[in-house]
Write a protein of this length. Structure first.
Lengths: 149, 89
């Protein structure tokens, strides 16, 4: 499928780490879904690398996942500037860069296991971004498939 | 209501109809189409709590299991992530 026709989703770092830890989990299924473009930000990448080191995830595994399944969007603002700019969309300011990434990625979906950390009504109202867990998003994809006779 | 704490519990189609606010005939149709997975024992059906949990979570069985797989370790992931996130500048 042409990359421009793929649905763009921004994935929180917990989803990427989960995919690295469990090859058969919903996060892994999501990132390997060929009809999607899964995006992370430059700030997400920094934290994914740091968390991978803490959890003893191999660098090779991480590099392969990034190369084959993820697209990176660059965030130019500092993390502290992003916290101020997007604080009304998150419960904890530390998560603001994820919102910034989803907006920069022009994604309609933010997929995360931290559903309670985001102010979903604000995100939907201001940016039309829907926040879902990996399983729910995959279920949504199935519901969108056109059945052929 | 569904007892998710006991995966060995089974329900009759009539009980499932009441839970889902459907008619008994609709439940039998769903069983016939495979949308509700039921075990036929002699001439009657029994439906496991595990089979129904997918209906209540809104996920197909495979996705429910796949998400459950991730959720087992998600507290560890969240803890590591929150420590790293707090140090981002």
């Amino acid at each position: 499928m042409n990359v421009h026709l793929k649905r763009r989703i921004f994935v929180d770092s917990d989803v990427v780490i989960s995919a690295l830890l469990f090859g058969t989990g919903a996060a892994s299924l999501l990132l390997r879904e060929k009809t999607l473009s899964c995006l992370i930000s430059s700030v997400s990448l920094t934290e994914i690398i740091a968390v991978s080191q803490r959890l003893a995830i191999s660098k090779a595994k991480l590099s392969q996942l990034i190369k084959e399944n993820l697209i990176q969007v660059k965030l130019t603002d500092s993390v502290s500037a992003l916290k101020k700019k997007y604080e009304m969309y998150v419960v904890h300011a530390e998560d603001a860069h994820i919102v910034a990434g989803a907006i920069a990625a022009q994604s309609q979906f933010l997929v995360t296991y931290n559903l309670k950390h985001y102010r979903r009504d604000n995100l939907k109202a201001d940016f039309e971004i829907l926040v879902m867990s990996p399983g729910i998003f995959l279920q949504y994809l199935r519901s969108q498939q056109v059945r052929t006779p | 209501m569904l007892n998710q704490a006991d995966p060995l519990k089974v329900y009759t189609p009539e009980q499932v109809a009441a839970m889902l606010q459907l008619s008994k005939n609709t439940v039998y149709e769903l069983i016939g189409r495979g949308e509700i997975v039921a075990k036929k024992i002699g001439k009657v059906y029994r439906i496991s709590a595990r089979s129904l949990s997918c209906i209540f979570t809104g996920l197909d069985a495979d996705l429910y299991e796949a998400e459950k797989e991730d959720l087992k370790q998600i507290p560890k992931v969240k803890e590591a992530l929150s420590r790293v996130r707090a140090q981002l500048k």
